[in-house]
Design a protein around this ligand. Structure first.
Ligand SMILES: *Cc1c(COP(=O)(O)O)cnc(C)c1O
Length: 230
């Protein structure tokens, strides 16, 4: 299937899942995960109607940024403090905030650039050793600490759920993410704007949407298997 056909298929499935949770297709952002994907293939996705792209590596954003236009970039992978400077003026949302130290660096760099950076707090919802993100119990505390910094705004939560054979196995994790998200949102803290719940990837995005995701991050399902050798 072509990239356009893949996107059409994903869009249909998002619509169906959104309907199940009483929402509309427009309420959900399909973020195209373009790590390892070259510019011509990104252009195909752009022509098919996608304009927001997510990358893991700041270096890859930094390189591609100058090679393609009319794109909104998201930093979705783990972000080291010393890499913030490469992307601060290039991305619209950082999905992977996982420490106060990183928040302080983002705050400092955003202030120098004269912008406010939106961030999501990454949650390790299943407590996996191999995963980044903080424990769910720590999310509210970190959100409050970040809310006191200038030029950075917590806008929601993100998770990378376990890799499972049957996406139903992740339903409970997504439901707990949603509850955490709503609990913090409903406290209406100053300078915390709980708008985005970023969860669901190629293998489990329909379940994630059914449980309340409003950003899904899809790579393989759009571009096919990744080639890390290039
Ligand atoms: C690679 C990646 C994705 C997309 O994964 P697919 O299974 O290819 O859809 C989503 N989120 C993060 C953080 C990733 O690193």
């Amino acid at each position: 299937m072509s990239i356009k056909e893949n996107i059409d298929a994903v869009n249909k499935r998002i619509s169906a899942a959104a309907e199940k949770s009483g929402r509309k297709r427009e309420d959900i952002l399909l973020l195209a995960v373009s790590k390892t994907v070259d510019i011509p293939r990104m252009n195909e996705a752009l022509s098919a109607g996608l304009s927001e792209f997510g990358e893991n590596k700041p270096q890859e954003i930094n390189r591609k940024y100058y090679e393609i236009e009319n794109v909104k970039w998201h930093q979705i992978g783990h972000l080291q403090t010393n890499k913030v400077k490469y992307i601060i003026d290039k991305v619209c949302l950082i999905h992977s905030l996982d420490s106060l130290k990183l928040a302080e660096e983002i705050s400092k760099r955003a202030k120098a650039a004269g912008i406010t950076m939106d961030v999501l707090i990454e949650i390790n919802i299943a407590g996996e050793e191999s995963k980044h993100g903080i424990a769910p119990e720590k999310a509210e505390e970190l959100a409050l600490e970040v809310s006191r910094l200038d030029n950075i705004r917590v806008c929601g939560l993100m998770t990378v759920a376990p890799f499972v054979e049957d996406s139903e196995e992740n339903r409970g994790h997504f439901a707990r993410m949603r509850k955490l998200f709503v609990d913090i949102r409903d406290k209406n803290y100053n300078n915390i704007d709980m708008r985005y719940l970023s969860m669901g990837m190629t293998n489990d995005y329909e379940v994630a949407v059914e449980e309340g995701a409003n950003i899904v991050r899809i790579g393989t399902g759009i571009f096919g298997a990744r080639d890390y050798s290039v």
